[in-house]
Design a protein around this ligand. Structure first.
Ligand code: PHE
Length: 328
């Protein structure tokens, strides 16, 4: 039997096999019991010892070559199938996913955060007080007794239990003085509520930031300088600000600060030197300490900073307004 012929024919057939089934059939045909190779091996018995050894070795080499060819073709078919699968079921993992919708801060919150940052840089601590206040903190301790007509300056939402929605952030002055004592440097940002008619510059719920500094030898100059510095930093330019005399029961003397925008003066901030009675109510000795306080409308500051014409945009339902404040 021609071993080289068997080998050549088998390798060619294996190379041409198209699938595993064909390969299996070729394995039977060329290596099975009825194969020419098996017949050739059986015939070895008829040869003499030397020729048998030689022919046996050759036959085994042919067998090994066929086995290896079967193995290699099997592997090639497998990788061909895997390649086809990968092409068919291709998945592009590098395609960017659709970004989740991100929210952003409200313009008033942005300004409030900037204010907090600026004041912290000047050594102020940030303290918050409750929205639902009692009459004592909102009025009495601030030198506004029950009978006093100036209570009418703060149109109050009274609650049925005798408490109220704080009309300003000033009650936090008392809470902070009692908690921290003197010297003290603090701001109190937060919402306040007034039962008043809503128009382009007034809302029933708005945001204030109160400031309180208590130390030895504090004078109005400290107050004016601090306010100017803060306003310039927030509005990003030298602001045109005026201070005029005013009245608040809890400061003496009292001032009002207006700033000019587009030819109009806008009331922005009430302030003054902390009244001795208020220091006393806060447990601080007015003979030893003096201080200043101010209360600024963050909403109005935000109007000016962004050139917004109506305070009602802030809490209106038109999201297109708010969406302008998202960062890119
Ligand atoms: N609480 C005052 C108001 O809401 C503002 C103010 C605060 C005035 C502190 C003086 C000192 O109108």
């Amino acid at each position: 039997m021609d071993l080289d012929g068997i080998r050549a024919e088998a390798l060619a057939a294996i190379e041409a096999a198209g699938d595993d089934e064909a390969l299996q059939a070729l394995r039977v045909k060329y290596l099975g019991r009825k194969s020419d190779l098996s017949a050739a091996l059986r015939e070895l018995g008829n040869l003499d010892a030397k020729a048998r050894a030689e022919a046996g070795a050759r036959a085994n080499r042919v067998k090994k070559a066929i086995e290896e060819a079967l193995e290699a073709r099997g592997a090639a078919l497998l990788s061909q199938r895997a390649g086809a699968l990968a092409t068919r079921e291709w998945l592009d993992l590098s395609l960017p996913a659709e970004a989740p919708r991100k929210g952003h801060l409200h313009p008033i919150t942005l300004v409030e955060a900037d204010l907090e940052h600026l004041f912290r840089g000047m050594g102020y601590r940030v303290v918050e007080g409750p929205w639902v206040e009692d009459e004592f903190h909102n009025f009495d301790a601030l030198n506004i007794p029950a009978s006093h007509p100036s209570r009418d300056d703060w149109d109050t939402f009274w609650l049925s239990d005798g408490n109220l929605l704080r009309t300003h952030t000033s009650p936090v002055q008392i809470r902070a003085m009692r908690r921290f004592g003197a010297p003290l440097r603090a701001i109190f940002p937060g919402r306040v509520f007034r039962n008043e008619a809503v128009d382009a510059t007034h809302e029933a719920c708005f945001t204030q930031i109160e400031g309180l500094v208590i130390d030895r030898d504090i004078v109005p100059g400290h107050l004016f300088h601090s306010i100017r510095a803060i306003l310039s930093a927030i509005l990003g330019e030298e602001v045109e600000a005026r201070f005029r005399p005013s009245f608040f029961p809890f400061t003496e003397p009292s001032f009002e600060c207006d700033i000019r925008r587009g030819g109009r003066w806008m009331e922005l901030c009430g302030m003054g030197m902390v009244h001795p009675k208020v220091l006393e109510a806060g447990g601080i000795d007015p003979l030893e300490w003096t201080g200043f306080a101010f209360g600024m409308g963050i909403d109005r500051l935000t109007l000016m900073r962004y050139g917004i014409d109506d305070i009602r945009w802030f809490h209106g339902a038109d999201l297109r307004f708010l969406e302008q404040f998202g960062c890119a």
